[in-house]
Design a protein around this ligand. Structure first.
Ligand SMILES: CC(C)(COP(=O)(O)OP(=O)(O)OC[C@H]1O[C@@H](n2cnc3c(N)ncnc32)[C@H](O)[C@@H]1OP(=O)(O)O)[C@@H](O)C(=O)NCCC(=O)NCCS
Length: 239
């Protein structure tokens, strides 16, 4: 596959896999991944984890033209995975998100990249989360919309903000309320702490994933082409 030099490639996949695929996926994981997999008590969680890791390996293998088993990972200070022997945000970069039976993989070259996917699950304390994680203007806007629209808007805000904190590699500990976003058709990063550079240098995108799902991408520098694809279950065959 051609590497995405001027684009971000987004792959959406299902983590529901058949037994034979599970066996094949298991075989391409490394020891650390298998060790983590067996720590999941619930079988469903374990299968999803195995599928997600194996699909990531298969995808990276297609871009790098190497075997999925030969890929090695390292992690940044806050846990963001990257390919071994690469500097953060250099070379082929990727970010992953999963929620329920769904996964998203974003790949690009030489970019800060974060992706987030959330199923619109029922959350007990939406007001509390908004209070803690939204900046004051975001909170005011969220409170101004009708109750019936609040859940969708919450997940839109959430995925945009989480994609950003994943792109900078810190994740939730950065503090979601420290980045202010404008959701909607053309989402934007409105304000970020000075240490993160200029908000305008970043591009935010909503990813259309279907009813009951929200997804977002954050990328710097801005990238003209976003290519969205569904990953066929037979990704091992290279199709
Ligand atoms: C990364 C984080 C945002 C994940 O949120 P989530 O909604 O539960 O999960 P997602 O499915 O969207 O993303 C998970 C994936 O993001 C990637 N990831 C992990 N840490 C990351 C980071 N700091 N920045 C960007 N991406 C990260 C990994 O690929 C991870 O998959 P894995 O757990 O199989 O390795 C959240 O766990 C976090 O902020 N972690 C950072 C550090 C932290 O709190 N560590 C705790 C132990 S010190």
């Amino acid at each position: 596959m051609e590497p995405p030099f001027d684009a971000v490639h987004i792959w959406k996949s299902s983590l529901i896999i058949a037994d034979d695929e599970y066996q094949a996926f298991w075989r391409i994981l490394d020891l650390a991944e298998r060790t983590r997999a067996v720590q999941f008590r619930a079988r469903l969680q374990q299968r999803r984890f195995v599928a997600c890791r194996a699909q990531l390996r298969c995808l990276l293998a297609r871009y790098l033209r190497m075997s999925p088993t030969a890929i090695q990972f390292t992690r940044g200070t806050h846990g963001k995975p990257r390919l071994s022997d690469t500097e953060p945000d250099q070379g082929l970069v990727f970010n992953v998100s999963d929620s329920g039976d769904h996964a998203l993989y974003a790949l690009a070259y030489n970019r800060m990249l974060g992706v987030d996917l959330q199923i619109w699950r029922g959350l007990n304390n939406l007001d509390g989360l908004v209070e803690r994680c939204f900046a004051a203007p975001e909170k005011a806007y969220w409170q101004s919309v009708p109750d019936s629209e609040r859940r969708a808007l919450f997940f839109s805000f959430w995925t945009l903000k989480e994609a950003f904190v994943k792109a900078i590699g810190i994740g939730i500990p950065f503090g979601l309320s420290r980045c202010m976003v404008r959701p909607g058709e053309n989402p934007r990063l409105l304000a970020i702490p000075m240490c993160c550079g200029a908000a305008n240098d970043w591009m935010l995108k909503n990813l259309e994933l279907g009813t009951g799902l929200s997804g977002a991408l954050a990328v710097k520098p801005r990238t003209p082409r976003i290519v969205f694809r569904e990953l066929a279950s037979a990704c091992l065959s290279g199709r």
